[in-house]
Design a protein around this ligand. Structure first.
Ligand code: TXA
Ligand code: MG
Length: 332
């Protein structure tokens, strides 16, 4: 079974040694937990794909301490003035930049692409681990492919408890993640730059820094395979419904004997046999709670998860909606 250990300096050092010996470890970032291997260790990265059951064409994010370390991973000259502006404003933090990769980076770390995604996380444990390993760490979210991203060490444990090759997995416990949804991914190789995945670093704030930037489009997945439509998905069929139709949907389900777990935004009358989980009305707070609450709803054994659709009134709400749409995609 995987083991959860406190993220103190002793275990961070042990985790760094495991990475240096070609191992894989799970660690907290401010967004979600990551499943890491050294960026320059193709074999270890292979293990990450295997543990996650991740499609081989979906590249990983390399986690670095700062701009200096990021530059070691990208093509000489690809780090330009825009990168300096973005890094000084948003790093360390939940912004990932896609740039042309250095020939030094093996193809396994980028799923064969000529570009690499890099970000400097701000979580102190992630930073201490990169520092102790003395190298960049490539890490996808520490969930099985297609499932809900983990925002606590226990979530990571739950994902991998029955995965045989993960029996020795060390999970550094750094508490619940502050942001709760994955980083904003910005592709700087296109003109204009394009947001491939929305997150808590908003389009407005990126535009303030860089000017023209294209918004993410949930249906354009070719550029970032990890944003395929069905993702972040509970096992229970999940449906996203408007506030206006919520009461009708719940009572129709009740009438047909369908047991629902409902993630709602406010006081909604509860129908017999249905469970209501009240979600925060503020976007950052909702994002922080989202995956924990979806996991909770999934564990209830309901027939269906009904999510009251939040308003698309801000970029953080849009990022939340992006995750909810994918959680519900491909379901009835
Ligand atoms: O917040 C986060 O970004 C978390 C933490 C652990 O840092 N990581 C994360 O990784 O969400 P993952 O692998 O679950 O998502 C990475 C996303 C995917 O959508 C992937 O397709 C995209 O980044 N990506 C990675 N490298 C890319 C590249 N070279 N070009 C385009 N998209 C890329
Ligand atoms: Mg992921």
């Amino acid at each position: 079974m995987p083991r959860i250990v406190p993220a103190n300096s002793q275990y961070i050092l042990e985790a760094a040694r495991m990475l240096q010996r070609g191992g894989v470890v799970a660690f907290p970032t401010e967004t979600v937990y990551g499943l890491g291997a050294l960026t320059f260790d193709g074999q270890a990265i292979e293990q990450v794909y295997e543990l996650k059951g991740r499609p081989a064409d979906n590249p990983l994010i390399a986690h670095v301490l700062d701009a200096r370390q990021a530059r070691e991973l990208i093509e000489p000259g690809a780090w330009d003035e825009r990168c300096d502006l973005l890094a000084s404003r948003f790093w360390p933090g939940p912004l990932t930049l896609v740039l042309a990769k250095s020939p030094r980076v093996g193809s396994r770390a980028t799923a064969g692409r000529s570009t690499i995604a890099v970000r400097a996380p701000r979580h102190p444990v992630a930073r201490a681990l990169i520092e102790a390993a003395q190298q960049p760490i490539s890490a996808p979210s520490a969930n099985r492919s297609g499932r809900i991203s983990p925002t606590s060490a226990q979530h990571v444990f739950d994902e991998f408890r029955d995965v045989e090759p993960a029996r020795d997995l060390m999970i550094l416990d750094g508490g619940p993640c502050e942001v709760g949804i994955e980083s904003t991914v910005l592709d700087l190789t296109t003109s204009p730059p394009r947001v491939l995945r929305p997150g808590s670093v908003t389009l407005e704030s990126l535009r303030e820094t860089l000017g023209d930037i294209e918004a993410a489009d949930i249906r354009s997945q070719a550029h970032s395979p990890g944003t395929r439509e069905s993702h972040y998905a509970p096992r229970t069929p999940t449906e996203l419904v408007s506030s206006e139709s919520l009461a009708n949907v719940l009572s129709a389900c009740a009438g047909r004997g369908i047991r629902c777990a409902a993630l709602v935004l406010g006081a909604t009358p509860v129908t017999a046999g249905q469970i209501r989980i009240v979600m925060p009305r503020e976007a950052d707070h909702y994002a922080h709670e989202l995956y924990r609450r979806l996991r909770e709803a999934d564990a209830l054994g309901a027939d269906r998860i009904i999510v009251e659709s939040p308003p698309a009134t801000s970029q953080v709400w849009r990022a939340v909606l992006d995750r909810l749409q994918r959680a519900a995609a491909g379901r009835e």
